[in-house]
Ligand binder design. Structure first.
Ligand code: NI
Length: 139
């Protein structure tokens, strides 16, 4: 059986009492088991945001909701995805109801390219809502 866990390092943190009280309430509400886990999660979150802001590598998902009866929307979304094939890992299409489709486009690549794709998809006329969720590319 292999041990795949990174070696842990300990360090001390000093916080004002009120800030620590709010932090404990926050991590309880978020479902973290302990402060170490919460701090690691917050650090990784900041690293992802920093990488995205500076065009570094990210992974993520663009979700799009649109009315498929508007055929020009479907074609335009398809054209854009073909133009960004280098960063698209996969896409999933879900028929939400009679009119609406949900598309989930999984992406991995430089933050600037991921943002450009998300911006292009959400600005297509007829798209009702679109979001971009970014996360770390695996490290
Ligand atoms: Ni559909």
């Amino acid at each position: 059986m292999t041990q795949n866990r990174a070696k842990l390092s300990r360090f001390g943190v000093s916080l004002e009492g009120e800030l620590l009280r709010r932090f404990d309430a926050f991590i309880g509400a978020e479902g973290y088991d302990n402060r170490s886990q919460a701090i690691a999660g917050l650090i990784r979150k900041e690293f992802v945001l920093d990488s995205f802001a500076h065009g570094g590598p990210v992974a993520g998902a663009v979700t799009i909701v649109y009315d498929h009866h508007k055929r020009e929307v479907v074609n335009k979304l398809m054209d854009i995805q073909h133009d960004h094939g280098g960063i698209i890992i996969s896409s999933q299409h879900v028929h939400l109801d009679h009119d609406n489709c949900l598309e989930i486009v999984a992406v991995k690549g430089p933050g600037a390219k991921v943002k450009a794709l998300a911006d292009a998809l959400k600005s297509v006329k007829g798209v009702k809502h679109a979001t971009l969720s970014v996360t770390c590319p695996g490290k």
